[in-house]
Design a protein. Structure first.
Length: 168
């Protein structure tokens, strides 16, 4: 797994891992955040050293996604192709997209292109195939809607090239 180079990047990666863990294992918000803050962030586990992460950034993402999930999921669903609803997306990808959409909606102090780029890097930490391209395409589409005018105009045909067949 590649590692992020900054504390916010490490917080994003850890937030996606925590959201995945909560989705799969059904663990609660408080228990999961406490586990990460006490035992994972900046610690070594099974020979893997977790980078020091910005704990408040981590906490904000995880708590925000849990709080706003009923608003976030329809936004993601709308950006996906009809034959790939959110429920069919891999749990790690779902966690990645949810965290990114939370930041796009709530962290206007972070440029949309930075949010998209950071979460594409998170996807690359977990996947070697087309998944990062799918994350890029979906987040680019969402960022253009949520942060209208913040991203440069899209090149003709670029959108479909980013996402064709990448959801599998």
């Amino acid at each position: 797994m590649s590692k992020p180079a900054n504390k916010r990047g490490a917080a994003r990666l850890s937030a996606v891992q925590a959201l995945y863990q909560m989705d799969i294992g059904g663990a609660g918000l408080m228990d999961t955040v406490a586990e990460y803050e006490n035992f994972r962030l900046g610690r070594e586990i099974d020979g893997e050293t977790y980078l020091e992460a910005d704990p408040s950034w981590f906490r904000g993402i995880v708590a925000g996604v849990v709080r706003d999930q009923k608003t976030i999921d329809p936004i993601i669903h709308e950006a996906l192709t009809d034959d790939w609803p959110l429920s069919r997306i891999d749990s790690t990808l779902r966690a990645t997209l949810r965290a990114a959409v939370f930041e796009l909606a709530n962290r206007k102090d972070v440029a949309a292109r930075v949010v998209v780029s950071e979460y594409v890097e998170v996807a690359k930490a977990f996947f070697e195939g087309d998944e990062p391209k799918m994350v890029n395409g979906v987040l680019d589409r969402i960022a253009r809607q949520m942060r209208e005018g913040e991203l440069p105009p899209q090149k003709q045909g670029a959108e479909s090239a980013d996402t064709d067949g990448a959801q599998g």
